[in-house]
Design a protein around this ligand. Structure first.
Ligand SMILES: C[S@@+](CC[C@H](N)C(=O)[O-])C[C@H]1O[C@@H](n2cnc3c(N)ncnc32)[C@H](O)[C@@H]1O
Length: 397
């Protein structure tokens, strides 16, 4: 992949871009194998499946653009080391639909004279533009503002933007009043009738609301979910617990086939979206062939349930449900407490999918009774050192 922003020295985000892609992939595979085997020597003997990769360009489904510059000439991209905006609206990591939409969004920002937020001076209104594209090329657009001052103007002028971008389905304003380097704040005001973007993956309707997580590379995510479904087949698992389930990607791929699936996730919105998908797929919420989603902390799940279903016991410690546990935590990993709970639980099989092999290695070290069976690297982030790694583990008897 060639990138003129990189060639001009304007952006250094793609740290591996000068290496041929095959070399990037090979060094990631070598890196992850070494890193995990250093923590768990028994990983040396396991089966590594061929790595999965997708297209080298246009693979990112979400653009997170910092808005800077001036009212007359806003930039959508990143800040350089001295805090000036660098416009990256043609970044080749995004599909053409995103590049084209960013062009229209920049014009909208200009027409409305929305003042870009000036980080050094702490003044201005518009901080970020976040744009997500679905496999059908439909769009979700979020404006991150310092306050609600410009909300009505954005709302009033939305029909114009919608006429320029006919595939725009969801538009929202996020309010992030603090002067901190965080992408978004706690308040989200959806301006469109449609409140979620349909992200269909392997024929499964996933519904993405503005504040929910979604894997960055839809094509490689589809392969990741298929991998998990194939492992679940091999295991013949009849009850699955999906911790950190998000909008239900793993859980819904593993549901059906006579399994009872429970997903646990901290975001209420994501749980509502996953529940909606389950009902659309005709899955009941209890019993054989069901899928249900609960709001909760993955680390503490089941601890205080004490409900009738579990007979007052901690279901996690009794494999109810959860003979197979799927974990897909944020970069910080599972941590000591959940690693310990998994180590002492009644689960017989585990699928661990991670975007941070360092925390995964640390967690695996804490779970010696889990024996690694098979693993695969899935390259969601070409041209950077990042990747996803999925591993199937079984309980050593
Ligand atoms: C890496 S994402 C995985 C999402 C999902 N498995 C998928 O494939 O899209 C991690 C998810 O964990 C959720 N999360 C973060 N901390 C959590 C916690 N303590 N308990 C439960 N969920 C949590 C986040 O909201 C996010 O949806």
């Amino acid at each position: 992949m060639r990138c003129h922003y990189h060639d001009l020295g304007l952006c250094h985000s793609c740290t591996l871009i000068d290496q041929p892609y095959a070399l990037q992939l090979a060094s990631k595979v070598e890196g992850v194998r070494g890193l995990l085997a250093a923590a768990r020597p028994d990983l040396q003997g396991i089966q590594w499946l061929d790595p999965v990769s997708g297209p080298e360009v246009g693979f990112r489904n979400k653009a997170k653009m910092v808005v800077a510059g001036t009212v007359a000439e806003p930039t959508l991209g990143i800040l350089n080391p001295v805090g000036r905006g660098v416009d990256l609206r043609d970044c080749p990591l995004y599909p053409p639909a995103v590049n084209a939409a960013l062009e229209q969004v920049a014009r909208f920002v200009q027409d409305l004279r929305l003042l870009p937020y000036d980080v050094p001076k702490s003044r201005g209104e518009l901080k970020h533009v976040l744009l997500t594209v679905s496999p059908r090329n439909e769009l979700m657009l979020r404006f991150v503002l310092r306050s609600q001052r410009q909300l009505d103007r954005i709302r009033e002028n939305l029909p114009h933007l919608e006429s320029e971008l006919p595939d725009l389905r969801v538009v929202s304003v996020n309010v992030q009043p603090e002067h901190k380097a965080v992408l978004e704040g706690p308040t989200e005001i959806v301006l469109t009738k449609q409140e979620s973007l349909l992200m269909e993956v392997n024929g499964i309707p996933l519904h993405l609301r503005p504040r929910s997580f979604f894997q960055t590379n839809t094509q490689v995510a589809a392969a990741l979910y298929r991998r998990a479904a194939s492992w679940a087949e091999d295991i013949a698992a009849d009850s699955v617990l999906d911790l950190y389930c998000g909008v239900g990607g793993f859980a819904l791929h593993l549901a059906g086939a006579g399994r009872e699936v429970v997903g646990v996730e901290v975001s209420e919105e994501a749980v509502a979206a996953a529940t909606r998908s389950a009902r659309e797929l005709g899955l009941p919420d209890r019993g054989v062939g069901s899928a249900r989603f609960e709001v909760g902390d993955a680390t503490a799940w089941g601890e205080h349930t004490g409900d009738d279903d579990a007979g007052g016991r901690d279901p996690f410690q009794h494999g109810e449900p959860g003979r197979l546990v799927v974990v897909n935590p944020p970069r910080r990993g599972l941590g000591e407490e959940l690693s310990h709970r998994l180590e002492t639980s009644m689960a017989t099989d585990l699928i661990y999918s991670s975007c941070n092999a360092k925390t995964m290695a640390r967690d695996l070290k804490r779970m010696p009774s889990w024996h690694p069976v098979e693993a695969q690297l899935l390259d969601m982030f070409p041209h950077t050192g990042h990747y996803e790694v999925a591993m199937r583990l079984a309980r050593v008897s």
